[in-house]
Design a protein around this ligand. Structure first.
Ligand code: PEP
Length: 256
């Protein structure tokens, strides 16, 4: 098996959720650009839709990429309130989160919606980050691995090799998001191994080895290093701790 250090670059994405006006987002982006030390981690931020274009301007010329938090799968049309993948690409995004647990549980996104969104992101030339993860009830019932496997399969089953090359998966146990309760490094690594095996079964071991698998769920500066030590943990998706430059930069530097 190839050494993951040499085949997968560490990725850190800050998910700002429904925080930051345009002006606040630009100020945070400027602080990140000024404070980020060169390292081997690829860093991205995901502002709300309204802040994408101004934050894209603030990031221009830097190594920080722009991500969106969600997308609608249609290209254009009578879909009031929705934003399409080509619109996100035109706003400067290169990465789009799909299937975040808040989209699944608050807004009702189903596996089929997540699959369509991932395809729309790929069609528009961007990279989807497919978020998967079990609820506490599912974990307590012993179903965590099956739930996560089926969420991965729903998206990956019919992707071409070229599409797989742009896929990232993020394991975010629902019980760890925004709760302050982080999965132990052992729990995270164990589920990342399950996801890697699932990718191998669906797409072949080469694609599985190349796909970055990120962990998300109450990551902070003081636990990032231990979680990243897992051989199958290729990066972090960070919510709350990405809202301030100091805490997010600490995590980025721990990763790179
Ligand atoms: C997230 O929003 O993807 C997330 C992991 O949030 P938090 O870090 O706040 O748990």
């Amino acid at each position: 098996m190839p050494d993951h250090e040499s085949t997968r670059r560490t990725v850190v994405i800050g998910n700002w959720k429904m925080h930051k006006t345009s002006a606040e987002g630009v100020a945070l982006a400027a602080e990140l650009v000024a404070g980020l030390e060169p390292g081997r981690a690829a860093v991205a931020v995901a502002p709300p839709f309204t802040a994408l274009a101004p934050v894209a301007d603030a990031l221009r010329g830097s190594s920080v990429s722009l991500a969106a938090q969600d997308v609608f799968h249609e290209r254009e049309g009578a879909f009031t309130g929705a934003v399409s993948a080509p619109m996100l690409a035109a706003a400067g995004c290169s990465i789009v989160l799909v299937g975040h647990s808040e989209r699944r549980h608050v807004f009702g996104d189903r596996d089929e919606d997540v699959r369509r969104k991932a395809l729309a992101v790929l069609d528009a030339g961007m990279r989807p980050v497919v978020c998967v993860g079990e609820t506490l009830e599912q974990r307590d019932a012993g179903d965590a691995e099956n739930v996560v496997r089926s969420q991965v399969e729903a998206v990956v089953a019919r992707l071409s090799e070229a599409q797989l090359a742009r896929l990232t998966v993020a394991y975010e146990p629902v019980w760890a998001i925004g709760t302050g309760r982080t999965a132990t490094p052992e729990i995270a690594e164990a589920m990342h191994r399950v996801i890697r095996a699932s990718l191998a079964a669906l797409a072949g071991s080469g694609a599985a080895e190349r796909t970055p698998i990120l962990y998300g769920g109450s990551v902070k500066g003081d636990n990032a290093g231990a979680i990243l030590a897992g051989a199958n943990v290729d990066g972090l998706l960070v919510g709350g701790a990405s809202l301030r430059a100091d805490s997010f930069l600490t995590i980025c530097h721990a990763a790179g």
